[in-house]
Design a protein around this ligand. Sequence first.
Ligand SMILES: [Fe+2]
Length: 216
Amino acid sequence: MKDKSKRNLIKIGILSGIAGTLGATSSLSKALGIIPTPAEVEGPFYPVVNQQDKDFDLTKIDGRQAVADGTHIIIKGRITDISGNPVENATIDLWQANARGRYRHPRDPNPQSLDPNFQGWAIINSGKDGKFRFKTVKPGAYPASETWVRPPHIHFKISRRGHDPLITQMYFPEEKLNETDLLLRNKKTSERPLMIAKPIGQEGKIAIYQYNIVLT
Ligand SMILES: [Fe+2]
């Protein structure tokens, strides 16, 4: 056999080996019932003005005494891969509207007022076992057009070397506006529940929601 044909055979072997591994991984995830978190558009309001304080507590800004207006909540979750293994040290970049539905973005046309005590944006990491948590306010709904009101949601960009970056949006349960949202309604019935946080209890008077994320 000529060297070139041999090399081609080796190449085909390597490629089918990779395909075999991917096939096995996806059947494993199917068997485990693990579905990757659906992606969603980034939207127009990713922060464009840098800020010092991007920590896990969005209800307080460093150096200010007062806290953010609105209902304070805690979001807890865990990042895993499609085999259920924890993804540690992933970067979680999240941003949202304040309790009145207004983003701190120069091109947000919403006439609602800014909240000087609301951080609006955080960049945190998943820790041991892929876990993360942050404290924030429940975002307000806001008009996206004359006929479309976006339900409360939080935007996420998640990245970790070795995984596909994920841009998505997390919704809240039992929101009437979820049913008419043009983005959420566009998702498969099997995908929607993966994008809606679950209420899992209280810490004092603060409601806790769980939002788990699966990266590919
Ligand atoms: Fe949004």
